[in-house]
Each structure stands twice: as C-alpha cells, then as structure tokens.
Write a new protein. Structure first.
Ligand code: SAM
Ligand code: SF4
Ligand code: SF4
Length: 369
C-alpha cells in the first residue's frame, strides 16, 4: 500500500527541517558534544565488484539484490554543491568511497570538480579515496591528473587463497599489488593499506602483511572487524583486539608507539624500532574514538548520516531537488550537526543489530567506510 511505503521512508530518512532564519556559515560548527565538522565521506555508488564476507556477503548481495536505480544517485553537480556548502561549515577533508568508488563512471570528473572548490582558510582541501584496488592500475594516473591527493587501498591478505576466499569473487592479490604500485608511481601518496582482521579467517596473515609492507612506501593499518550493517552476522568472538595484533607483530618486529598527527586521527600509530616505517591500528570496537569523531557521511542517494552505525539518514536530496537555496541547505545541515550526539562505539551493547534503537543499521557498502 502506498501509505505504508511513505511511512517507512519517513522513519528511515526524515525530511531535514530548514531553519526560518538564514545564518552565514562561520566554519566553526560544533555538535552537541562540542565536536567540530571536519571530514566528509561521500559514497558514490552502492555497487561493488567484490563480495567481501564481512561487508557484502554473497547470500545477501546476490543477483536479486535491489541496488539504487541511477536516477536516485546524486549527480556530480549535486555532490559538488553539498561539498561546497559543507566546506564553508569547516570540512577540510573529503574521502570518496562506496561500494567500490572506481565503479562510478567518469569519477575523475567529480574529482576535478571537488578539486576546484576553494576553502575559507585558503588551505587546499585534502581529497582522498578508499578503494579495493581492483581498477586502480587502470585509473591511478587519471585520478592524480584530476587532482586526487592520495588513496587508501583495502587488502586483507597476502596469501592468494585466503584473499580470494575473503573477496569471494576470486580476485588475485597480485592485481591489487599492481594497483598499489601504479598509485605510487602516479604520486597518490602517502598510500595506506587497510586490512580488516577477522579471527579464524585471516589472522594468519597479520605477520606476512606486516613483513611485506615494512620498509615499503605503503603504511599498513589493521582494522578491527566491526558490527556495521545488519548483514555480516557479526560476533565479538571474531574480533581480534588491536592490542593483541600489536603484541603478535611486536614479538617478531619490535614496535614503539608514535604520537597522533592530529586530534581525531582514527588510527593509533606505532613505528618499527629499527626505523623501517610504521603501522596503524583502527580499534573502533575495543578503543572507541567517538569523543573526537568529526565525520559526516553522505550516502549515494543523498542522505546524511551523522554516525557509521546510524539506523537512519537525513534526506538532503529532497532539499537539493526541491528548489531550496544554498542558505536553506546550509542552515539545515548546521541544525543537523548541532543536534548530533552520536557515540555508538562508546555505548555498544550485545544488541548490535540496531533493532533496539528503532531500525536496522545502515550497510557499510551503502554508506562507505
Ligand atoms: N570498496 C572500497 C574498499 O573496500 O576499500 C571502499 C568501501 S569499503 C566499505 C571501506 C572500508 O571499509 C574498507 O577498507 C573495508 O575493508 C572496510 N570494512 C567494510 N566492512 C567492514 C567491517 N565489517 N569491519 C571493519 N571494516 C570494514
Ligand atoms: Fe566491496 Fe569494499 Fe565492501 Fe569489499 S569492503 S565488499 S570491496 S565495498
Ligand atoms: Fe563516529 Fe559513530 Fe564511529 Fe563513534 S561510532 S566514531 S560517533 S562514526
């Protein structure tokens, strides 16, 4: 029944109220916990050519899965407009993500449009992208030429059998390594390599990955397996705490902690004591960093999410396509950020589905990492 469908949409993505009095952005927005708005993650597609078991398991994301129709996706012009308005509110860093962002046609054009945006401080925007690396060898130079600063590449194993099992589409490690080299040659650095660690699945890859990237131009980061979305059947027993990963690496390759680069940095940094580079640890499960989380996420279809673990987004597209002025949209976003109190990782309970909080959590492949 149509009424029912409208009700569901309203619950999942409430309309964003527009304040009646316009106010010029100051670049100094703070949320209900005093956190500024600094980072914007933009998901440019909900599709992916991998079926990573922890993100888009084949059983759920099969041939019958309903991806967004093309008309629902924000256009590059719409994305750039949002980015421009958010930069005026203080955003200094933009990360393109997905799904697999390099599947979005002509992504270089969007990169060029974002690159052309000025910032209030005059400092250049930090423009980056997270990718599974499968199309990087082909696209690295064009992305660099369009103005992308750097890339982060996901790679969960060095052993081909383990990696093929995890991406579940039989993709080879060598092709990702080739993409990494192409990105390095194009100057898309510093390049980070993200490895999600899942107990019993790729824990035997921790040391081979550390050995491989030690002393290389790439910074390896270990990510705790998270309870994002509602499809991956997350279980705390499958999380290997970062402290354990540090111990396992340190036993063979001695490590020492390094001070954070800036407040809000997601990864804790450690360096090899023989000065052959560093490694990072993203411990969203065992050491929540909500207290200085400065990230806002824009979904492929134009919903704003104030937390990775949110159960609903805020329908910005309705304003973009509803003839609203820049001042209206800017005011609506400011109001949303001021009311933000999210701190899911600090309050995580055994109910990880989100159902107790009024709905299923949004999928990682839809909102981006
Ligand atoms: N497809 C691109 C990729 O894989 O790099 C970009 C999108 S992906 C959703 C972004 C990041 O989220 C990847 O580094 C991926 O490993 C990570 N990720 C996905 N599901 C995760 C989970 N359940 N726990 C921790 N990290 C996860
Ligand atoms: Fe695709 Fe990235 Fe999710 Fe893997 S982690 S399924 S590559 S979106
Ligand atoms: Fe930020 Fe939400 Fe993650 Fe906490 S749980 S760090 S608020 S995205």
């Amino acid at each position: 029944m149509p009424e029912k469908i409208i009700l569901m949409n309203d619950l999942r993505s409430p309309a964003m109220p527009v304040p009646s009095v316009a106010e010029a952005p100051t670049g100094l927005l703070a949320d209900a916990r005093g956190r500024p708005l600094h980072d914007l993650r933009i998901s440019v597609t909900d599709r992916c050519n991998f079926r990573c078991v922890y993100c888009m398991p084949k059983e759920v994301f099969d041939k019958d899965y309903a991806y967004l129709p093309h008309g629902d996706l924000l256009s590059f012009e719409e994305i750039t407009r949002v980015a421009r308005l958010l930069i005026a509110h203080g955003v200094e860093k933009i990360r393109l993500t997905g799904g697999e962002p390099l599947l979005r046609k002509n992504l270089e054009r969007l990169v060029g449009m974002l690159r052309a945006l000025g910032t209030p401080s005059g400092r250049p925007l930090d423009l980056t992208l997270t990718t599974n690396g499968s199309l990087l060898a082909r696209k690295a130079q064009a992305l660099k030429d369009a103005g992308l600063d750097r890339v982060t590449v996901s790679l969960d194993a060095l052993d081909d059998t383990v990696f093929r099992r995890m991406n579940d589409v039989d993709f080879a490690v060598a092709d990702v390594l080739h993409g990494l080299d192409a990105a390095h040659a194009a100057g898309l650095g510093p390049i980070k390599v993200n490895m999600v660690v899942k107990r019993g699945t790729n824990e035997d890859q921790i040391l081979p990955m550390a050995r491989h990237f030690k002393g290389s131009p790439f910074i390896l980061r270990f990510i705790e397996y998270m309870d994002v979305g509602a499809s991956n059947g997350w279980n705390m027993d499958e999380v290997i705490p970062s402290a354990e990963v540090v111990r396992r690496i340190g036993a063979e390759l001695p490590l020492a902690p390094v001070a954070a680069n800036y407040s809000g940095e997601t990864a804790a940094r450690w360096r090899y004591v023989d000065n052959c580079g560093e490694v990072g640890f993203i411990s969203s499960v065992t050491q929540a960093f909500c207290h200085d989380c400065t990230r806002l996420r824009l979904s492929t279809e134009g919903k704003l999410y104030t937390c990775l673990f949110a159960t609903r987004g805020h329908d910005l597209r309705a304003l973009l396509r509803g003839g609203r002025t820049d001042a209206d949209i800017s005011g609506a976003v400011a109001q949303l950020w001021r009311g933000r109190a999210d701190r899911y990782s600090e309050t995580r309970t055994v109910d990880t589905s989100g159902l107790a909080r009024g709905g299923k959590k949004v999928e990682m492949s839809y909102i981006g990492g």
